[in-house]
Each structure stands twice: as C-alpha cells, then as structure tokens.
Design a protein around this ligand. Structure first.
Ligand code: TMP
Length: 268
C-alpha cells in the first residue's frame, strides 16, 4: 500500500527504495550505504532439497541474523576475518562486499547427510578426523561435490587459495565445535562460503555468507536431538523451536526464557 503524503513510511517499506543486488533462497543483498558494502537481509523462507521443499518459518530470519552475528564476531575475536561489519536491525546486517568463490566449503566431524548416503555410512558414525570437502555452488546442478583438480583447472581458486581455505575451514571448525560443546551441542558438520577482498594489490580470503543452524548440523550431546535445518528437511518438529533453543543456550536470547516460545523473543 502506498504511503500517504506527509505520513512516515511503515517499517517494512523503506527497503523498496534500495538497490537490490541479489535475492537468494534465505537472504537478500542490497546495496550498502558506502562503496564496498552490502546490506544482508535474512528472510523467513526455508528451503530444502534444492528448493523442492519450501516454507515460511516465522522468526527464522531474525534468529539467523543474531546467530550469524554471534558466530562471525566470535571468529573475528580469534583472528579469522569475516565479511561481517555490524548488525543494523532485527533482520539486517552490514557486510563487506566480497567476490564469492563459487564453492560450498563443508567440514564434517561425524558422518551425516550426503556423506552418509554417498558412503553407505550410518548417520552419527564418527570420522577419524575432520574432513573438508568442496561442492560447486550451482543450484541447477544440485551443488555437486568437486575434487580440488576441478577447482584449480576451472580457475575458481588456486592451490594456494585452497590451502588457505582448508586452513580457515579447520580453524572455524575448532572454534564452532568448542562454542557448541560449551552449550551441550555437538557440531556434526557445517558449510561456509569464502570470498576474496583486496587491500590494494594484496588478496585476502575471508569468511562470507552466514553461519547459522541453516548451514550446520547440530545435535544435542545428551539426547541426540537435532537442532538444525534437518528438523525442517525431515519433518522432525518445529524449526523455530530448535533455532530458539540454540540461540537461548548461546545467550543470544534473554536468560529468563526457559522454554522455547512459539515466537522467538530477542534482546535488543
Ligand atoms: P550435506 O550433508 O547435505 O552435504 O551438507 C553438509 C553440511 O553443509 C550441512 O550442515 C548442510 C550444509 N550445507 C549447506 O548449508 N548448504 C548447501 O548447499 C550444502 C550442500 C550443504
């Protein structure tokens, strides 16, 4: 509905005036206030199986905005650079513009998901050590697993880049595993994306996109309960409750919330 003359626009409308850069399945990127920045907006949309399954989960975007802020700030505090600059409001964060390397960088501590299926392993089987793997980011192809040879031959990244990406991914894994362990959650696996930024002629690789229960597998250590997007993929209950529980344990929700509310309540 158009705003009447002289009447302030409602909270939802000012974004319409911003330049849309890209709309993905769970997020939208808008032009940022300064060159070299974007505003990343977290939607409530949930998708699975390459968007064959879709739903709107009220409050998911608000939780993921908070959780991604929490993890990105944590990574920065131990010296891992990320694209995150600051949270702007409930659903938006200011981020640094990067050139995304078209790979899903996946780290696995325990067999699950596509690895368990591909290798005929039982979900939950421990792995001898963390395994880093790469998928090519292409929805039409279903994000296929690719060997390093493809990545280098097709020019998506150099061998040096890949060595740096593996090192970053394993450091993120150590950090995330420790943080989650501290709140009684086992980090089974996760996905990050990595982007390039240039400081004059010097290229750096930094963590980009988001880190949230949308892109991790998180199991309660005691009960094995799933607290991640598998709840939605496999119809295991309320996704909103699962994400709220993760946020509550990490202290991203007020401490007086002792149960998962039907709608997330967040501290400002
Ligand atoms: P997978 O078992 O389906 O390959 O997923 C491994 C982890 O990576 C899991 O935590 C989900 C995450 N992931 C994404 O977030 N987005 C993706 O496109 C893919 C392929 C995986």
């Amino acid at each position: 509905m158009a705003a009447r003359a002289g009447r302030p626009l409602t909270r939802g409308t000012p974004m319409a005036r911003r330049k849309l850069i890209y709309e993905g399945k769970a997020k939208i990127l808008y032009e940022g206030p300064e060159p070299g920045t974007f505003v990343q907006y977290f939607k409530d949309d949930a998708t699975a199986y390459n968007a064959e399954k879709k739903a709107v989960i009220e409050g998911k975007g608000v939780l993921n905005n908070r959780l991604s802020e929490f993890f990105m700030n944590g990574l920065a505090s131990i010296g891992i650079p990320t694209h995150f600059i600051k949270r702007l409001n409930m659903r938006e964060q200011l981020i640094r513009q990067v050139e995304i390397i078209p790979l899903e960088v996946i780290v696995r501590n325990v067999a699950a998901g596509s690895m368990a299926k591909r290798m005929g392993m039982e979900e939950g089987a421990p792995l001898p050590r963390p395994i880093v793997e790469f998928s090519y980011k292409d929805d039409a192809l279903g994000d296929p697993l690719v060997p390093e040879e493809y990545i280098i031959a097709f020019g998506w990244a150099s061998q040096q880049d890949l060595d740096d990406i593996v090192s970053i991914a394993l450091r993120v894994n150590d950090f995330m595993s420790g943080v989650m362990h501290g709140v009684g959650i086992k980090l089974i696996d996760f996905k990050i994306e990595v982007g390039r930024v240039w400081d004059n002629d010097f290229q750096r690789l930094i963590v980009a996109d988001e880190i949230s229960p949308d892109s991790c597998r998180l199991w309660d250590i005691e009960t094995g309960q799933k607290l991640d997007k598998d709840v939605f993929r496999k119809d295991l209950g309320s996704l909103s409750d699962a994400y709220t529980e993760v946020a509550r344990r990490l202290g991203v929700l007020p401490s007086n919330v002792t149960h998962a509310p039907t709608k997330p309540t967040l501290i400002n």
